[in-house]
Design a protein around this ligand. Structure first.
Ligand SMILES: [Fe+2]
Length: 300
């Protein structure tokens, strides 16, 4: 693959690389609750605007670090640990994940951006209370790095049309080609149909939702170029963390750190590191909500 970042920038990106960092109790429980409430209100006020994205698998609410006094204070507090940083290319957001993220990297799309750290602060974890056992979700951060634009890592690179939606029973289902699914359901009204052995309740609202998905342009490049050797991924690690992802996609990857999603903690790692969620659904986690920032070392 040709170099993506310009030579000088790439050198500086590498100079800023460090181990994964975790700071315990960065925010107090009351600060976490304050931000959760604040963003809930912000979302309600932004209905119909483009300040939030609502999907089955996740909700994102976008914000600026200078939009309130409390957020400015948070920015200053983050700088104590991270040093000076900026946000250039992807707006800070609160994300609630209801389905685990797959292997990806958040390196952005600007070859002149001196990308720095992925920063997350978990604010809430919700468990399925009907089950009698559960364990906390984790972020899996790999040793493997990616010096190209933002990417999703998969062996099936020919298809940009797969989406995770919910079936009639509320279970997450991976639809490999949303266009084919939409063509199948578009003339059906208020019926239950079977598609790839799953049942769906086809209402007008559901059809509108699926039609919207067919029009989405993905931000990430899809590539299998992360596979740089023939080494199989550790099978034990796979079974424990990554069963939401095909095993073959994990070839040549090695885990650097498994970081628990602990409310109030600050976690950051180099934006060049490949990462993903663990398969928290299997541990009876319903959702996790965290603040996420993609930072840069200089302002563009
Ligand atoms: Fe990410």
């Amino acid at each position: 693959m040709p170099d993506f970042f310009n030579e000088k920038i790439l050198k500086k990106i590498k100079e800023n690389e460090t181990d994964v960092v975790q700071i315990n109790n960065f925010l107090s429980p009351s600060e976490c609750n304050y931000f959760l409430e604040y963003f809930k209100n912000l979302k309600n006020r932004s209905v119909g605007k483009s300040e939030h994205i609502e999907r089955e698998e996740s909700t994102k609410i976008f914000f600026q670090l200078n939009q309130t006094k409390e957020l400015q204070k948070l920015y200053e507090k983050l700088k104590v640990h991270l040093g000076e940083f900026y946000v250039n290319d992807f707006q800070p957001h609160l994300i609630t994940s209801r389905y685990p993220l797959r292997l990806h990297v958040d390196t952005g799309k600007n070859p002149n951006d001196l990308i720095y750290k992925n920063v997350i602060i978990p604010l809430e974890v919700e468990y399925d209370e009907t089950s009698n056992s559960h364990s906390p979700p984790n972020t899996i951060i790999f040793k493997n790095r990616w010096y190209n634009q933002s990417a999703l890592f998969t062996k099936s690179t020919d298809n940009d049309k797969d989406f995770i939606i919910k079936d009639k029973y509320g279970n997450f289902v991976d639809i490999v080609n949303i266009d084919i699914f939409y063509q199948t359901i578009k003339n059906i009204n208020n019926e239950i149909i079977k598609f790839e052995n799953k049942e769906f309740n086809i209402s007008n609202k559901f059809k509108d939702y699926i039609e919207r998905l067919t029009k989405i342009k993905r931000y990430n490049l899809r590539t299998n170029k992360h596979i740089i050797n023939n080494n199989d991924f550790n099978k034990e690690h796979y079974e424990k963390y990554l069963t939401h992802q095909p095993y073959e996609d994990c070839k040549s990857l090695e885990i650097e750190k498994v970081v628990e999603t602990k409310v109030g903690n600050l976690i950051y790692w180099d934006r060049t590191r490949i990462h993903c969620s663990d398969n928290f659904i299997k541990n009876n986690v319903k959702s996790k909500t965290l603040l996420a920032l993609f930072t840069s070392k200089t302002k563009i």
